[in-house]
Design a protein around this ligand. Structure first.
Ligand code: XMP
Length: 517
């Protein structure tokens, strides 16, 4: 395992992802972990991430030099690079000059294995104000930039390396090469972390954890729960029962996808709870977004508990007990909830913190160590169809938060039809993998005048919200081709009687969120 020490900027997770892209397993640990604890975990290498601080700032996290004496290969990045220099007796100057953004870095001295395969002058992404003026004893300077006389260094003897720039960001085009050079050349690691291995490891771990107990798993129609369930199914077969609550807020074809395609691909036992009536009744007349979200969350838990009881009763009839519940928790959730910093509550995501308090199950979380792209790869490896594995994110509260205004069966029908057309055309254009997601929103309480044939219409507008994003934290609106937009607009206004206007949302996030509610 490669441990990435997180100095509090948003870069650590990205570094861990890049290391895994190099097919080496990595985890993020907080900088509050003592050097002795890091060493005791016996990592194959350590990467010190960037961070917001100056090594001279009050309370700036230091690196205990013990870490550099344990024979573990270490690479420092940006702040981590400066902290390494500082800790080993190099000279870090507070120049006050900020080097920020695209910066040229020039290799100096003989070509070094840390920079193998990169250009003598390479474009990098920098963000620092202090700079290393003098490398510590025993280090060789490898590169410099205008604002950083020492922009990269290495001590081959002790296997210590560092770069001032951020090799993990895409704005450093040769950054991945530098990371791989550290891993393969510096730390002598081999790329072995593959999807096949993940599946094998997880299957073994699940078997060891659950023994012959029964397990239940909720399916949402999304990628994560489907892949988690498929993994558990592979590990323990019929000991698993999947529960799918149909809340009636799904898009066209999605319930069928779970009921038919998922079962066909995995052979899992599925219990379907048709709860459409319950949700419609609970949502009747409600327009406030947060209230809608809370109602959907609450009803979901109740419906799930009801389904759970039925499954438990069935198991009990066989003399078995259900002890475990599968959750599709991903690695970023784990890192973020370990971070501890309270983020502002912008929207209450219904599946976070939504577990019943008196929950009696133990959790099985086979995706806890994985990033989203790895989850998709595992899903494909397990034979799940592309429609499930490549699915764009879809919020738990579903179409309930894409109808602006109260939710009714009629409004759901209108939105489902418009959404199906938009998705169909997006897929047909081949651009569906380019956009992160494209919510289709019905402004149910807004009406506008139109003309169709010889008659006046008074219908509802539909909003298209295609966005591009890396992680949904920030997003930009996608510049879809006009022809595609025209086609979607024509078809929706022709085929969905109640809609006479199609509009495009051209707001980034922030200030807009991706969903409208
Ligand atoms: P926003 O609208 O906050 O959405 O920019 C960010 C991402 O989260 C999805 N989303 C949700 N996912 N439960 C979920 O599972 C929710 O309650 C929820 N609300 C928003 C949204 O689709 C986008 O991908």
């Amino acid at each position: 395992t490669v441990l990435v020490v997180d100095y509090g900027a948003q870069y650590a997770q990205l570094i861990a992802r890049r290391v895994r892209e190099a097919r080496v397993y990595s985890e993020v640990v907080p900088h509050t972990l003592a050097a002795s604890e890091i060493i005791s975990r016996n990592p194959s290498a350590v990467i010190l991430s960037g961070g917001p601080s100056s090594v001279y700032a009050e309370g700036a996290p230091a690196v205990e030099s013990e870490l550099f004496e344990a024979g573990i290969p270490v690479m420092g990045i940006c702040y981590g690079f400066q902290a390494m220099a500082h800790s080993l007796g190099g000279e870090v100057a507070r120049t006050g000059d900020r080097e920020y953004g695209k910066t040229e870095v020039r290799s100096v001295n003989a070509p070094h294995s840390l920079l193998t395969g990169t250009d003598a002058v390479q474009s990098t992404w920098m963000s620092h104000s202090d700079s290393v003026q003098k490398a510590p004893e025993g280090f060789q300077v490898l590169a410099s930039s205008e604002g950083a006389p020492v922009a990269a260094f290495a001590d081959e003897e002790r296997k210590l390396y560092g770069v001032q720039w951020h090799p993990e960001v895409r704005h450093s085009p040769q950054g991945q090469q530098v990371i791989e050079n550290f891993l393969y050349n510096g730390a002598g690691l081999t790329p072995e972390w593959t999807t096949g291995n993940i599946v094998e490891e997880q299957v073994a771990a699940i078997r060891a954890q659950v023994g012959d107990s029964r397990v239940i798993c909720g399916l949402s129609g999304g990628v994560d729960s489907a892949v988690a369930a498929a993994l558990v199914q592979k590990a323990i077969g019929d000991q698993l029962t999947c529960v799918f609550v149909d809340h009636g807020l799904l898009r066209e074809g999605e319930a069928e996808q779970v009921e038919r395609d998922f079962v066909a691909a995995t052979g899992a036992k599925l219990y379907v709870a048709d709860e459409r009536e319950r949700f419609l009744a609970a949502l009747e007349g409600v327009t406030d977004p947060e209230t809608k979200r809370k109602i959907i969350g609450r009803e979901f838990i109740r419906a799930f508990e009801g389904a759970e009881k039925a499954v438990l009763a069935e198991a009990a009839a066989d003399g078995a007990k259900v002890e475990f519940l599968v959750q599709g928790t991903l690695y970023p959730d784990v890192v973020e909830s370990g971070g501890g910093e309270g983020a502002a509550n912008i929207k209450s995501h219904h599946n976070v913190g939504g577990l019943p308090e008196d929950m009696v199950f133990k959790l099985v979380e086979p995706l806890r160590a994985l990033f989203k792209d790895e989850v998709r790869a595992v899903g494909a490896e397990l034979g799940l169809p592309a429609e499930i594995v490549q699915r764009q994110p879809f919020p738990g509260p579903g179409l309930g938060i894409r109808i602006i205004g109260s939710v009714s069966e009629d409004r759901l029908r209108i939105l489902r039809k418009a959404d199906a057309i938009a998705r169909e055309e997006l897929t047909a254009s081949g651009l569906d993998q380019e956009v992160w997601q494209m919510p289709v929103v019905l402004l149910a309480d807004v009406r506008s005048v139109g003309v169709q044939g010889d008659g006046r219409t008074y219908g509802h507008p539909i909003v298209l919200r295609p966005v591009s994003s890396e992680d949904a934290m920030t997003a930009d609106w996608s510049r879809l081709p006009y022809e595609l937009l025209a086609k979607i607009s024509n078809r929706i206004t022709n085929e969905v009687e109640e809609v006479n206007r199609v509009t495009l949302d051209v707001t980034s996030k922030p200030p807009g969120t991706i969903e409208w509610e």
